[in-house]
Design a protein around this ligand. Structure first.
Ligand SMILES: *[C@@H]1O[C@H](CO)[C@@H](O)[C@H](O)[C@H]1NC(C)=O
Ligand SMILES: *[C@@H]1O[C@H](CO)[C@@H](O)[C@H](O)[C@H]1NC(C)=O
Ligand SMILES: *[C@@H]1O[C@H](CO)[C@@H](O)[C@H](O)[C@H]1NC(C)=O
Ligand SMILES: *[C@@H]1O[C@H](CO)[C@@H](O)[C@H](O)[C@H]1NC(C)=O
Length: 676
């Protein structure tokens, strides 16, 4: 069978086959109505001609102040994320006065206190396995090393959410998205990194942990060196081009996998991992495994030189504190630490944090959130309808009516997934303490168990028809939007929903045009991903449907899409799907908005200008860059912000007309791309 090859850049997203994008905003608390025109004009540089460089025209006066930069702002989207974080920090800082206490505040306070202890991690592990290094009475003699059970140690780590010799993830089954299964993959080696500098720093870090465990300096140095060597050996098990490719295999049962790799004792690993959860039928659990890595690992562990029990056990032992980045944030500036603590909160207590976030951005009005959801759902439906009109009219499907019907069906079946804000069913089992380490371990353990339960319950048929999407896209701080190919669904996290994009404006024309250009273009962008070069390979249920489109339709599609490979797109072959989604998505938003205006009888031309400014202002600032902060270079699969805006608008004759651009102006390229 044919296996899809996919790019491995961010594993979490990758396995969900997601796309990410977008962003906008600048104002704080937005429960009231705003003068949106004033806000938009504020960011503009009207000295720059709109027909020469519209990005500069719309965003030239935009900036992120030092507080916002401290929270990671470099463009519109990250500015909104910074806004959420700043608001949360202010909230927590103000709490001690009010003496209000809850899990969020307790956890945040313990995190910020900076008082941590390695012992708490090693003691937690001692309850799950025997660790030669921790047996002081053996005086580090290796006589007792044989008692070390690496399988139990490896499983013990994972019960706290840390990874050991492999990375175990719970993700939707790539063949059947409504089922969660296990993925067994190589570790990420985040701290070891890939260069001598990162290896040096990592070795120094491991040495400091060993010193804290009571080892003498010379011994700690020597052992740290061996640990790093061991991890390099593990990393070398990855194929040379790893970095980036992973072939997804068919899921197999645990007992099959266990037979293939007997020395790894994978079955026993799962039995230990799922203790107390499973009804005992682990042999049928489904696993997608990286067999190449695992069989090389099996060989490595069989070699006595590399698998010295003291090295192996100590390496595993230190993976737990390393997973929680113990002491790594000690020297950081206050705001870096605040960001770190908020990120932990959003991972470990996402539901509670979501509720707080809604309260902070929308106030205490119980229906404010529902009103917001309604606004975005209306936008979504209008875009869907608009896309259907275009699919009806396009000649891409000429003589391929059945393909057209399938495409329309896929569009109609597309879902909009919004955060469901429901209170925690079973909040936190034990109250949190003032020890950050204990809180981390406790919450990570409950999270890991909840994750495993998802798989086990489905296996036991308890999950019924509703897919267990717990934790899926639940990061309340994320200011982003995703199209999930495998689910045919657009997902909007809370951070985007509560950004100023859906804010109410005192002028209704401003509000409609701003929402259509801002949020509408984001939704349109995601919607078009269902029909870009990747999207057309998947059907309405998110299944790979190779051959659903006949060659004739693909050729017609390709002839039009070819325009996006033109000279004005840099790195065009890498960014083509994004460029398609940008322009075609704005097209949907624009046409839907025009329909809406006509329906309402609006003729004021200002709204049309506002629409384009709102779109462009989603992209104020610069894309994140790996090098200097000021670099304007595009990263990954997206083009630079200014290029995205200007290239997209150049495809719109309507834009040129509304802003009265001459044919010779910078904003008016001779080739104008349009597929749908
Ligand atoms: C930056 O802007 C935020 C509002 O988003 C404000 O709360 C903060 O005080 C400003 N910081 C500075 C240094 O002006
Ligand atoms: C620790 O080491 C001593 C001496 O080698 C041994 O007798 C003892 O059983 C070990 N402790 C544990 C918990 O295994
Ligand atoms: C698209 O065409 C179909 C079949 O002719 C029709 O039923 C449907 O209403 C059309 N959709 C729109 C949005 O015009
Ligand atoms: C093109 O892509 C490469 C590799 O991803 C990148 O290094 C380069 O900066 C990109 N160029 C532009 C103009 O975006």
């Amino acid at each position: 069978m044919k296996l899809p090859r996919i790019t491995l850049s961010c594993l979490g997203l990758l396995l969900l086959l997601g796309h990410w994008h977008f962003g906008e905003g600048s104002e704080s608390g937005w429960d009231g109505e705003q003068d949106c025109q004033r806000l938009m004009v504020n960011d503009m540089d009207t000295g720059e001609a709109s027909c020469e460089n519209f990005h500069q025209h719309a965003c030239g006066n935009w900036y992120a102040n030092s507080t916002q930069r401290g929270f990671g702002a470099h463009d519109r989207r990250s500015q909104w994320a910074a806004l959420h974080k700043q608001r949360l920090v202010q909230h927590f800082d103000g709490l001690s006065l009010k003496a209000e206490s809850n899990h969020l505040a307790t956890f945040y306070g313990s995190c910020m206190s900076g008082l941590q202890s390695l012992r708490i991690y090693t003691e937690a592990l001692e309850r799950r396995a025997y660790w030669p290094l921790l047996n002081t009475s053996s005086a580090f003699a290796s006589a007792n090393d044989a008692a070390f059970d690496w399988v139990a140690a490896n499983a013990g780590l994972r019960r706290f959410g840390a990874q050991g010799l492999w990375r175990l993830l719970v993700q939707p089954n790539w063949q059947a998205a409504d089922q969660s299964i296990f993925y067994l993959l190589p570790p990420g080696f985040e701290l070891l990194g890939g260069n001598s500098m990162s290896e040096f720093l990592y070795q120094r870090y491991l040495k400091s942990l060993l010193l804290e465990l009571g080892l003498r300096v010379r011994r700690a140095s020597a052992l740290a060196e061996r640990l790093v060597k061991f991890e390099r050996d593990l990393r070398d098990l990855l194929p040379a081009d790893v970095e980036q490719t992973l072939v997804l295999r068919e899921p197999q049962s645990l007992s099959q996998l266990d037979q293939q790799l007997p020395q790894l004792q994978i079955r026993r690993y799962f039995d230990l991992l799922l203790q107390g959860l499973s009804s005992g039928a682990t042999e049928k659990l489904l696993v997608v495994a990286d067999l190449e890595y695992l069989s090389r690992l099996q060989r490595l562990l069989g070699r006595t030189d590399s698998a010295d029990p003291l090295v192996l056990s100590t390496w595993l032992l230190l993976q737990l504190p390393a997973h929680f980045e113990l002491y790594l944030h000690d020297d950081e500036k206050l705001n870096v630490r605040q960001r770190h603590c908020l990120e932990q909160l959003s991972q470990l207590l996402p539901r509670q944090l979501s509720q707080l976030q809604i309260r902070l951005s929308l106030g205490d009005d119980p229906v404010a959130y529902e009103a917001l959801v309604l606004r975005v759902q209306r936008l979504f439906v209008r875009l869907q309808l608009q896309f259907e009109r275009q699919l009806n009219e396009t000649d891409v499907f000429e003589a391929d009516r059945s393909t057209q019907t399938l495409a329309i069906q896929k569009l109609r079946d597309m879902r909009l997934v919004l955060p469901q804000i429901v209170p925690e069913e079973k909040p936190v089992s034990r109250p949190l303490s003032s020890s950050y380490d204990e809180n981390l371990l406790q919450l990570s353990q409950s999270r890991a168990m909840a994750e495993f339960r998802q798989v086990v319950d489905c296996q036991d048929q308890i999950c019924g028809d509703s897919p267990p999407v717990e934790g899926f896209g639940l990061d309340p701080l994320s200011v982003n939007a995703y199209y999930r190919l495998k689910q045919n669904a657009i997902e909007l996290p809370l951070g985007l929903l509560t950004s100023p994009l859906l804010q109410r404006c005192s002028n209704t024309i401003d509000q409609a045009s701003r929402q259509a250009g801002g949020m509408g273009s984001i939704l349109g962008h995601e919607m078009v991903h269902a029909f870009d070069y990747d999207g057309i390979n998947y059907d309405a249920t998110g299944q790979l449907a190779n051959g659903q489109w006949p060659p004739r339709a693909i050729i017609r599609f390709g002839l039009r899409a070819g325009c996006y490979l033109g000279a004005r797109y840099s790195n065009a072959t890498l960014t083509i799907n994004e460029n398609i989604a940008d322009t075609e998505g704005l097209r949907l938003a624009f046409e839907a908005y025009r329909h809406h205006r006509a329906y309402r009888g609006v003729t004021d031309p200002r709204g049309l200008k506002t629409f384009f400014v709102a779109f462009a202002q989603n992209w104020c600032g610069n894309a994140p860059s790996s090098g200097g902060d000021s670099s304007n270079a595009g990263t990954g699969q997206h083009a630079a912000h200014s290029e995205r805006v200007n290239n997209v608008l150049g495809n719109f004759p309507e834009f040129l007309e509304i802003f009265q651009c001459k044919a010779a102006s910078q904003m008016s390229p001779s080739d104008k791309c349009r597929i749908w």
